[in-house]
Design a protein around this ligand. Sequence first.
Ligand code: HEM
Length: 414
Amino acid sequence: MLRDPAVFSSNIEDGKFRFLIGVDSMLFADGPPHIAERNKIAPAFSPSMFPLYFEGLRATTERFWERLAEDTNSKALKLDPELRKFYMGITIELTTGVSADSELSERVRNLFMGFLDGIVGPTFGPWWDRTVRQRAEIVEILTAIINNKLVNEADIIEQLRLNIQEHGTVRNVKSLLENGADILQVVLAGLPLKTGPNQTHDPEEFRKLVDLLLLLWGAGFFTTAATTSCGVFEMGVDTNIMQRLVVEQDEIVMQAGSTQLQYEQLEKMPLLDSYLYEIMRLYPAGNGIMRMVEKDVVLLGKKVTKGTMLFFDLQAALRDEDIYPNAVTLVRDRFMKKQDGGLEARKALVFGGQGSPHFCVGAALARLMMKTNLVTLLRHYRIELDPKQTKKYRLLPDYSPASEVVVNTIAKRT
Ligand code: HEM
């Protein structure tokens, strides 16, 4: 019943939210319109693209921790705001190809952060006017980025287009995309847009594409930033956890005999994987799922009338003792027990639930970004948190440590 859009649809709000995120965003759609929107980005999330995204991700992540290590030579810093900026930058980079270290990225990042603040404000007065202006400016920049790609990356887009036509998704593209890749290139390849100079394009197609990118940015950065903040915080206060994670990744590196982190190595770190799932379970960044009730129903013995907006509390579900024994405790290897038949379903809940049509489209990318980030930290640095922090969490705007994770030292491991 929960997955039947005739009973609980995603048609959750009209007006403000729709205007800001996009009137026909996949977030508010069900059935064929929803499938059509998801299909646009499906090839960009195919497994053969991930090693290509990883190359750029690794380099940007290494630079991020290097800079923070330098900064902590002179002062303690709050990690959470740094992680938010980092994940916003890397999400823009992975989705559009705009380098996280560029001035353009910084401008877009600032605009987008301001725009997100506007989402929670009133829909009138100077606050709202500013939000609308910020959105318009982001749309203008994104439109220019898309146009630029269609002209200057025409060859790559056309080759990807042939690849998608042949395979229905992208396959064997490593040699084609030697210099890395971004999600927008693949999405453009799947759309009926002409490449090359002096082309005119359907403005509707452009509008939907811009809205899609805004959705990926909005959904992608605060979730990964908050989860990583919690992950670093918990391993910082319990150094046993950190030590075991360090040992796991050291062993993988030694086995491989490599000095630089390789994509394949990330798949061989079950403890890190389990730890991240456990962090997302205990401190879910997306702490609920909204649905509209489309017809009168009885739910847990209570009558719920048509037109009611429901919030399914993911946080309560993820701390249900019947599903997760010892639910309020962080059990770092909870998700390693392979003999446990229900494991995959329980892991999937953090990303919206197994079989849900709205299951997080960015789940694999999120795991890749967060694992690359934590492994880079564990592998190259020794991190010490300020011991005076209390282990308090805040619930809004997302589930993260109230202290914002004060770090005293990030020193190079010898
Ligand atoms: C820790 C990281 C993340 C968590 C915990 C998370 C969680 C979720 C959850 C629970 C949903 C389901 C919402 C619903 O059913 O209404 C969802 C949907 C979604 N997520 Fe994520 N997410 C994460 C990262 C990302 C990333 C990195 C991206 C993309 C760059 C992304 C893009 C999306 C999109 C587009 C949807 C809507 C899918 C649809 O409506 O079909 N997420 N996410």
